[in-house]
Design a binder for this molecule. Sequence first.
Ligand code: NDP
Length: 328
Amino acid sequence: MADSIRALQVNKTDKGQSIDFVTLSDADLGEGDVTVAVEHSTVNYKDGLAITGKVPIIRKFPLVPGVDFAGTVTASTHKGLKPNDKVILNGWGVGEDHNGGYATKARVPGDWLVPLPGNMTTAEAMAVGTAGYTAMLCILALEQHEVTPEDGDILVTGAAGGVGSTAIAILSQLGFTVVASTGRTAEEPFLKSLGAARIIDRNEFATPVKPLAKARWAGAIDAVGSTTLANVLSQMMPEATVAACGLAQGMDLPTSVAPFILRGVKLIGINSVTCPPARRLEAWRRISRDLDLGKLRALTTHVKLADVPRIAGEIVAGRIRGRVVVDL
Ligand code: NDP
């Protein structure tokens, strides 16, 4: 049946929520002027939180989760997009209050879509996914604040995860010396193969936070938050920049103003969800230029839609290495 759409759907139940594999019709897809045949989606940390129900990410039921997807336009009344165009979707509330990527079709406003860079396949775009696009937004923030390879070492926390591993691959390609903070020291060969110069045990950032500590980092990308980010801030060099995008350890930030007023440290927040279109386009342009596709392959695993609930549990438990692509 041309109209039949395979999907993973989250429904509200008395006890919380259920994960169901369902068949939808075109009419179930929701609002939007562009329909996309989804070829690949991914499992991001936020998808893990949404599917496990650990945090109330989903704000409308029933909902197809999946905060990102890539595929081919099948129908469009949007002026910039036509059938057969290849497109990418990241964020904008997709997978939260608008049906997302865990379905063979999706419908969204065309303004949310980014054209697939010419040198990438939809599978490669989703190997990057929202985590990798966010890593690039972090790198753009460091560049905007004039962090250069000559300034010193760049720290990446949550290194073996999706944001961290992609950030390492891109930063090393750009000539930065990258130090990877991980709780999985057995992943040292993997992290070095992506371009990390050194590995550091993440427990070093779990200690009580001093207002200022020895200045070690010219820049940092933090996917972890909480005590880790607070310790990172106290270890930044004068005028250094931290791009903070994540909360894998926690939402809190037990810091003081010391790094900001005594060292001029800049803490830049990264929000990929409603990031303006021009910066998205720039991020994807730079990903297509600066990410070695061989390294991308090395950090990517492919799974089927049926595997998503299991992977969701694993990512929330911090057990996923690199990126997981869902083949629809
Ligand atoms: P992953 O689960 O792939 O990576 C997170 C990594 O953080 C883990 O692999 C682990 O790295 C580390 N980690 C996990 N738990 C802890 C802990 N308790 N203490 C210290 N470190 C921990 O997730 P993603 O890379 O996809 O996402 C990372 C973060 O970025 C998430 O919080 C996510 O929500 C956020 N994010 C934010 C976006 C935004 O727009 N701001 C967009 C995309 C992601 P290791 O094993 O190496 O120590």
